[in-house]
Write a protein that binds this ligand. Structure first.
Ligand code: SF4
Length: 350
């Protein structure tokens, strides 16, 4: 019996009551679908996908705000590739670019900073999205901008942290039995950020890697915690995650960013869940440089990304899935992003 077979054997033997487990990492969502894991599990184990895709949780108001900025000020907007195709309430950054707005795709925040260094006469705005995984690199870029006195660079930040969203999910999803905790986020944060979930809410947590045996072992560890009524935080992904996390990256992130109440698609405003440049770095916050209106979160008609991100439905339950919404012609963020749940279901068809 190989490792996968042994893990599946143990899961089938020990999953003797219904359990609902949620992953909150787009990488896990895709790995689970790619390896066909749901089809290998007993009927007692349900896997739900939560708000783990950074592009997906970025609400339409942020996209509308970026488009407004690009169309009304002499700026260069820089963004990662996935975000450019996400529909705002009216158009996407891609269609705004086709209409003449100066919107450019970059591979890193440092590339955006280099652009600012060569285009000194223009303001260069980086659209900062992502969780604790990406926030430190953006923070480091801001530190570099300060050091090199590059004053025409700023960040329109939709950066978010995971624990407040997981707390909100627990409150909205009383039937949630455990979290498959994000592997990449945890390499930065360590395991301590999840302890309140097991201690205060009785929710088992396992930080998982991304290979099939990792995910299966994490599921088995969660089932054992549930069966033993001993919720705690375990690290399955020991080859990458240390309990204390990456201290240097955390230090940089906390140096540059401060917490604020932030919008999450489908979940509304979650207190202290977002990161913006603060203190002596507040001048790098785009919102401090331009007077921008706030835009509400308005999903496209018929798109149920908000329900997908809370684990309330699966993509095939959306009436647009696979019909008017496909990766080639996406109607919502969850189909645009390479980490989105709808794209994962569509690509792997399970
Ligand atoms: S299938 Fe498309 S329209 Fe439906 S929820 Fe997913 S992204 Fe939105």
């Amino acid at each position: 019996m190989n490792t996968v077979q042994a893990l599946l054997f143990a899961i089938h033997r020990e999953a003797n009551q219904p359990v609902r487990l949620m992953e909150v990492c787009g990488g896990h969502t895709h790995a689970i679908r790619k390896f066909g894991i749901p089809g290998l599990l007993p009927d007692t184990v349900s896997l739900l996908s939560g708000p783990g895709c950074p592009v997906c949780v970025t609400h339409t108001g942020f996209i509308d705000q970026a488009i407004h900025l690009a169309q009304n000020y002499p700026v260069i907007i820089t963004t990662f590739g996935d975000l450019i195709r996400v529909p705002g309430s009216g158009q996407s950054l891609e269609t705004a670019r086709a209409g003449g707005a100066d919107i450019r795709i970059v591979l890193s925040p440092l590339q955006a900073l280099s652009l600012a260094e060569t285009e000194r006469s223009k303001q260069v705005v980086f659209l900062g999205i992502g969780f604790e995984t990406t926030a430190p690199s953006v923070a480091a870029t801001i530190l570099t901008a300060l050091e090199r006195r590059i004053e025409n660079f700023s960040v329109l930040s939709a950066h978010k942290i995971m624990p407040p969203a997981m707390a909100a999910l627990v409150n909205h999803q009383p039937n949630l039995d455990g979290f498959i905790c994000p592997g990449h986020v945890s390499t930065i944060t360590g395991s301590g950020i999840y302890e309140f979930l097991s201690r205060d809410h009785g929710i088992p947590c396992v930080i998982s890697g991304f290979e099939a045996p990792d995910i299966l072992e994490s599921i088995l560890l969660l089932i054992r915690q549930i069966n033993n009524h001993q919720p705690k935080v375990e690290i399955q992904y020991k080859r990458a995650v240390k309990p204390e996390g990456n201290m240097k990256a955390l230090e940089i992130m906390h140096e540059v960013f401060v917490l604020h109440d932030d919008w999450w698609r489908g979940m509304g405003i979650i207190p202290n869940s977002g990161l913006v440049p603060g203190g002596r770095y507040a001048g790098f916050d785009t919102l401090q440089r331009f007077s921008l209106p706030e835009f509400p979160d308005t999903d496209n008609r018929g798109c149920r990304c908000g329900d997908i991100l809370r684990g309330l439905i699966t993509p095939p339950e959306c009436s647009l899935y696979g019909k008017t919404c496909t990766p080639e012609s996406p109607a919502g963020a969850c189909m645009v992003s390479s980490e989105g749940t709808c794209q994962a279901f569509y690509r792997y068809q399970n």
